[in-house]
Design a protein around this ligand. Structure first.
Ligand SMILES: [Zn+2]
Ligand SMILES: [Zn+2]
Length: 416
């Protein structure tokens, strides 16, 4: 057999994981400041949960989901995103009855059967958050501010652009869709076959199409942002006002469509121009109808998700190096009796909170020092049987290669 992952899946090796953890730690810290609690949900749900949430005419549901029939005949899907599962958990656990506002964040692996490329995998990690309960535009702005502060905390905000827009609601979007159809219909021969079909199913998606003909035709299309009803318009203005007051830099991009049906009103994207075509780093928006769609009471909500692989890729570019594991102290030993003393000293160091490593086999001093050097240790203890018989051990400062003798009993309590 050949030991390899399926196409589109990847391992995150220990040296890389430290960078991931740095980003995740920042997420945890910032989300905590904003009052969010972590929720852990299964990696799979009944297929219907995603079909109802994301919309049956979206790319994800139409062609990207990992769906299989379970042994009892039910249709199961590996989660292609996190929001649907969080909302399912919110409804199933009647969280609306426990508190008027639920602030939840999650992290984990998502699955989409797409064409893999740099920064895009079939199995990929996302961190996201959902704020359920308020309809107040302050909650949109709070979530967007949190996303921005999180990205800022990782040292990336200078490479990122925040764009916002509004997709309207059930009150103004249907009229806008009619306007769109009226605009595209007379020139439908310029559209790709997918978009010609979308004209009848989901005309908004035409604005999102990457085909040249569709892009050109869409350039002159009416914009949702110019067709908002008074309520949606006031909501959007208030979000802008809050963001300005929070000092969050943003621009308005009326072309943001988002690929999912559940969004209403505010939508936003954080992009970079440093990763080629995979430019979206984080995205989200308001989804006031989704909780009801999944059988819960009317609960407005707003959320976002960020793709970890792209974030890590950008972070590597911006801040190369600096994430290798390092130990403070290495313990080398020569001779059988010294090995037991080395084991004891290494344990004692760890008991005192000092990260320590010892040599395993009976290697030469030269090769032990080589390993000590590679481990990044600043100090190496060298235990020889001769010194040991006098209750002593050598302490080598790696940077200067200078050595001194210290009492083995005192060795663990030195400061490193
Ligand atoms: Zn198209
Ligand atoms: Zn509206």
């Amino acid at each position: 057999m050949e030991a390899r992952t399926p196409r589109g899946f990847h391992d995150v090796l220990p040296d890389e994981v430290r960078r991931w953890q740095f980003i995740e730690d920042n997420a945890r810290r910032i989300f905590d400041l904003y009052g969010f609690s972590e929720i852990r949900i299964p990696v799979l749900e009944f297929t219907e949960i995603f079909a109802r949430s994301l919309g049956t005419t979206t790319d994800i549901v139409e062609k990207e989901m990992y769906t299989f029939t379970d042994r009892d005949g039910s249709s199961i899907t590996l989660r292609p995103e996190g929001t649907a599962g969080v909302v399912r958990a919110f409804v199933e656990n009647s969280m609306h009855a426990k508190a008027p506002v639920s602030k939840l964040w999650y992290g984990g692996m998502m699955f989409r059967h797409e064409r893999p490329q740099k920064g895009r995998y079939r199995g990929f990690y996302q961190i996201g958050a959902e704020l359920l309960g308020p309809e107040d535009p302050a909650s949109d702005a709070e979530l967007i501010t949190m996303v921005w502060k999180f990205l800022e905390s990782t040292g990336l905000s200078e490479r990122l652009t925040l764009e916002i827009s509004s997709l309207g609601d059930n009150n103004c979007r249907p009229q806008y869709k009619e306007k769109l159809v009226a605009y595209f219909e007379p020139q439908s021969e310029k559209l790709c076959p997918d978009c010609r079909r979308r004209l009848g199913t989901n005309p908004l998606r035409i604005l999102d199409c990457k085909e040249d003909g569709c892009k050109k035709t869409a350039a002159g299309a009416p914009k949702m942002i110019d067709n908002l009803c008074p309520d949606c318009s006031a909501h959007f203005e208030a979000v802008e006002n809050y963001l300005e007051n929070a000092g969050v830099p943003y621009t308005i991009n009326p072309k943001i469509v988002r690929g999912l049906d559940y969004y209403t009103r505010t939508v936003f994207e954080v992009t970079t121009n440093e990763l080629g075509s995979q430019n979206a780093i984080a995205a989200g928006g308001r989804y006031d109808g989704l909780v009801e769609e999944l059988g819960g009471p009317k609960t407005p909500a707003v959320g976002f998700a960020t793709g970890m692989e792209r974030l890590v890729l950008l972070h590597e570019k911006a801040h190369p190096g600096g994430f290798q594991k390092e130990v403070a102290v290495f313990v080398a030993h020569l001779g059988e009796g010294a090995r037991t003393a080395a084991f004891k000293l290494t344990s004692a160091l760890r008991d005192r909170g000092v990260s320590a490593e010892m040599e395993y086999g009976g290697k030469s001093l030269k090769s032990q020092l080589k390993r000590a050097d590679k481990s990044g240790a600043r100090y190496t203890f060298i235990i020889g049987e001769d010194e040991l018989s006098r209750g002593k051990v050598k302490l080598r400062r790696m940077e200067t290669s200078t050595e001194e003798e210290v009492d083995i009993e005192l060795a663990p309590s030195l400061s490193f």
